[in-house]
Design a protein around this ligand. Sequence first.
Ligand code: GDP
Length: 193
Amino acid sequence: MIIRSAEFIRSGLKPGHFPEKALPEIAFAGRSNVGKSSLINALLRRKALVRTSRQPGQTRTLNFFMINDTFMLVDLPGYGFSRASKEVIANYQKSMVNYLQTRINLALVVLLLDIRRVPSKEDQAFLKLVQVYGLRYLIVLTKADTLGRGSWKKAWKEISEGFESLEGDPIVFSAKTGQGREKIWTEIESRLT
Ligand code: GDP
């Protein structure tokens, strides 16, 4: 994929705030700190289009970026709620359900998981939601550079045991080395055509 343009379009929490122009969308999800901003910036070869390491507690919105005037990347709010209020959690869940359930132009959900961590309850709940709505998804294991290549398979086995059911193989990714970047684009392109 050649990135000719990547432009922030808007943030939103409710369907009325999402972009009206229904270009195909590729959405990225994962717990806070999983490496989501780093991955999106690496895909787009932009240093800081998406801010990395946001302050916890900042408003959790969905951020829409238009790529090459032809499709959208959607940065879904990071989850991980050890210190969040019930209200914050409820709002997050509502906006996720709103988005996943109603967005008919959603072409692919990319779920990011840290290669070193077994899935959290929120990871499990998120994937369940994606499966319940029958959406296409891709799992990306982030921060692959933190483990030796020989440990990736074992790490995936342990992670996959944390989910009830899974389809397809994950892509192993590192923002540091660029490992997996082209494979992720190949998956995205196959969903756009
Ligand atoms: P986000 O909260 O999911 O958007 O995560 P960020 O992209 O802000 O990254 C969180 C932290 O993980 C930062 O300290 C990054 O430098 C680090 N990080 C992100 N990607 C990688 C990676 O591929 N390898 C390593 N070793 N660290 C990473």
